[in-house]
Design a protein around this ligand. Structure first.
Ligand code: GDP
Ligand code: MG
Length: 757
């Protein structure tokens, strides 16, 4: 056997394709518990078989091109013509899965059916007669468990054997349909190879637009077959597409009778019992709240902060900074280089790396929730609730994927067939705190709130709320009106999370983060350091720290001038003096020209402004920028209790800029940074998915405005409670709040006629 054999892995979402793909190839694809994770096809070689390749196609329910994933899968099967289709079937949901099987059988490509999840079927005591099924379908049927790695070798040899053979579908339709199909084959398909005719004919019968387009039939032929279709429709009194669907299900029902025995239909499995509670109408949301609180409490609360402190102490942001500084100074290295290395690189990168252990804990728990099957339920719970507002639970799958990284989150929107809902989902997915936003949350919670888990949990739920509120508001505009996409999804049975999957998922997410710290973050820390270290002090350009040592330049009057320009206080009393040489840096000049924008949100200072802007490069960049800008040891000697110099300085500065309401300002800062435009990578993903410049701009502008409004409302109304009300700001806050409430409660717009595919 020298010829290369290509196996295409096709099946419903959640049937275990990716798990099987990994078992076959030994590679480590990401296994997700919801559709949309395998969006592009993935390729690999079967372990120990040089000549056998496998392609993992996106999960699909049918070969009708309703969703982008179906288009990807179907085009691959038709155009690339693989040697074998390995149809993976979730044997615990046999009836539904066989729907796709009947369609795949018509393609004329040799096929092997793998009944997956046989471990569960056996545990439930159900029986599937796979010999009978094989006979009825006209192809080999193997029983496997991709998770437990059983039946994999048989599957490979069955595929190799089937390749090069023939596949003839065994099922037929009712008389009138078969008649019409035979006519269509004859009239329109003489160019098509014999074994593929049937599939094309069925599709023509269904008036599949893509196929009609592809075949480009002359008008006379089209009207001829149209007559055949009409005749069948008349006789069966239904439209062609429904006729085919119904007849497939009738055929499958017959198959099921002959091949499948459920032990006891009414018996509930453990998984069902758990679901009774977890997806209970009243308990579902509270349980979800508690679960997420626990996750954030463990990752970001006392335990998490302990980890971060521990890293900071041993890895030693302080120790490293001071150590490297004295070492370098001892070697007689130039001043600026010492500054660059200890204040720039070590502070910047270290501030981010300090969060790695905490982040790994968070990812670990999210991966466990995902792998055991809980996260998949959340989409269902959400669907049930938000269908009432015209939103679809499908929009929440991208959100769940987005807790790792916004980029795959945005891409997961491809499961949504309705273009408007899809756009809306692309616009709102990035509101969810992704892994890279975690350091921002950790920094604010740690520096100002003593590591409170409430702050971090609130960050998650603010993200969820932002998605829901935006969803409802957008849905009520003309642009997005329309009924939500139907939501069907197989819920995989709960199972003990596989250690391998969980560790792999955790590591994958953590590693990409560490990698960025060594590249993008490193580079921008250097840039931030340069820009914040050089500048013009009293008319003289140079390193601001050195220039400020010259008392002729750094005079009291001059400092007073800087203070006025920056809107901060200068005082002879060291403790009250906010002016530092850095306020004369190039970066301060740049930042202070636009920082007024954030004044109403409580953080209108150049450092916070610059940090926010650098967050566009990568969200954790906010923290590394803080590391560089706040990492210098001031004379404050209380940093020991505050975790680190950075934390102490950040706290002090937030208090200064907001007239003592540092917590409120910092919380507003966190909200703004969580909700505003995502990083460039995610913006790129949005652009790809929108495939339209205007929509991309609209999406990003919407996110920024929404973030601004929510942060402003939070800060200004918060001030009302802690004292220090700003009249204009408060009026603006109430006006914005009123707008949002109005948008939420106004009636739905009549939708324009939806563009149906
Ligand atoms: P895909 O969407 O088709 O790629 O499905 P995945 O490979 O992502 O698997 C979906 C879920 O089913 C995951 O939670 C898997 O761990 C689980 N799974 C896959 N195969 C089996 C199996 O044979 N037995 C059991 N019990 N679970 C499985
Ligand atoms: Mg998959």
């Amino acid at each position: 056997m020298d010829k290369e054999i290509r196996i295409a892995l096709a099946g419903n979402p959640n049937s275990g394709k990716t798990t099987l793909f990994n078992a076959l190839t030994g590679t480590q694809q990401y296994v997700g518990n919801w559709p949309g994770v395998t969006v592009e096809k993935k390729e690999g070689k079967v372990r120990g078989q040089k000549n056998v390749g496998v392609t993992d196609l996106p999960g699909i329910y049918s070969l009708s091109p309703y969703t982008l994933e179906e288009v990807v899968a179907r085009n691959y099967l038709i155009d690339e013509h693989p040697d074998v289709i390995l149809n993976i079937v979730d044997a615990t949901n046999l009836e539904r899965n066989l729907y796709l099987t009947t369609q795949l059988a018509e393609l004329g490509i040799p096929m092997v059916v793998a009944l997956n999840m046989m471990d569960i079927v056996r545990k439930n005591g159900d029986k599937i007669n796979s010999k009978e099924l094989a006979r009825a379908l006209g192809c080999t049927v193997v029983e496997i468990s991709a998770l437990k790695n059983t039946g994999i070798d048989e599957t490979v040899s069955a595929c190799v054997k089937a390749a090069g053979g023939k596949m003839t579908p065994q099922h037929s339709f009712s008389g009138p349909v078969d008649h019409a199909i035979a006519h269509i084959e004859e009239a329109a398909l003489d160019q098509i190879p014999e074994e593929e005719k049937r599939w094309y004919a069925v599709k023509l019968f269904e008036r599949d637009e893509k196929v009609l387009e592809k075949l480009a039939l002359p008008e006379s032929v089209r009207s001829h077959i149209e007559q055949d279709i009409r005749a069948a429709e008349k006789e069966l009194d239904d439209d062609a597409e429904s006729i085919i669907t119904n007849e497939r299900y009738v055929y499958i029902a017959g198959l099921m009778k002959g091949c499948c025995q459920k032990k006891n239909k009414t018996r509930m499995t453990t998984s069902d019992k758990i679901d009774r509670i977890v997806t209970n109408r009243w308990l579902a949301l509270p349980i979800f709240g508690v679960v997420m609180f626990l996750v954030y409490w463990i990752a970001m609360g006392p335990f998490g902060s302990f980890l971060t402190d521990w890293t900071n102490d041993t890895l030693g942001a302080e120790w490293l900074v001071e150590g490297s500084r004295s070492l370098l100074e001892g070697w007689g290295v130039a001043d600026w280089l010492v500054g660059l290395i200890s204040d720039g690189i070590i502070n910047g990168v270290g501030a981010v790396l300090g969060f790695v252990p905490q982040m790994l804990v968070l990812f670990l728990m999210l991966c466990i929730l995902e792998d055991c099957g809980y996260m998949a339920r959340i989409a269902f719970i959400m669907d049930r609730i938000f269908r009432r507002f015209g939103l679809s639970g499908k929009s929440f799958i991208p959100m769940l994927v987005g807790t790792g990284c916004g980029v795959p989150g945005v891409m997961a929107s491809r499961t949504i067939e309705n273009e408007r809902d899809r756009r809306m989902t692309v616009m709102t997915t990035c509101f969810i705190p992704c892994g890279a936003k975690m350091p921002i949350i950790g920094l604010i919670a740690g520096a100002l709130f003593g590591g409170s888990a409430w702050v971090s949990t609130s960050a998650y739920f603010i993200g969820v709320a932002a998605i829901i509120i935006s969803g409802i508001m957008l849905k009520k505009t003309k642009m997005f009106a329309g009924d939500p996409a139907p939501f069907v999804m197989e819920l995989p049975a709960y199972h003990v999370p596989s250690v391998k999957n969980v560790l792999r998922g955790t590591w994958e997410r953590g590693w990409s983060f560490i990698k960025r710290a060594g590249t993008v973050i490193l580079l921008s820390s250097v840039i931030i350091w340069f820009l914040s270290s050089f500048g013009t002090v009293n008319g003289k350009f140079g390193m601001v720290d050195n220039l400020a040592e010259d008392e002729q330049l750094w005079t009291e009057e001059y400092q007073q001038k800087v203070a006025d320009r920056m809107g901060i206080t200068y005082s002879e009393d060291e403790a009250l003096n906010e002016v530092t040489p850095m306020d004369d840096s190039i970066l301060a000049d740049i930042g202070s020209t636009v920082d007024f924008i954030f004044e109403p949100l409580g953080f209108g200072r150049w450092k916070t402004t610059v940090a926010t802007v650098t967050g566009l490069v990568a969200k954790e960049e906010v923290v590394s920028t803080f590391g560089v800008l706040y990492g210098k040891d001031t004379d404050s000697d209380d940093w020991d209790d505050e975790g680190s110099i950075i934390w102490a300085n950040v706290k002090e500065d937030f208090n200064n800029m907001s007239g003592g309401h540092g917590k409120l300002a910092a919380f507003a800062f966190m909200i703004f940074n969580l909700l505003c435009a995502p990083c460039f990578a995610a913006m790129g993903a949005i652009k790809r998915e929108m495939n339209n410049g205007k929509w991309t701009a609209f999406a990003i502008a919407y996110m920024c405005l929404f973030a601004y409004a929510i942060a402003l409302i939070t800060y200004q109304i918060g001030l009302l409670f802690v004292g220090g009300t700003q009249v204009i700001g408060l009026i603006a806050a109430f006006a914005l709040l009123a707008c949002i409430v109005y948008m939420l409660f106004r009636p739905y717009k009549e939708s324009n006629k939806l563009t149906v595919r």
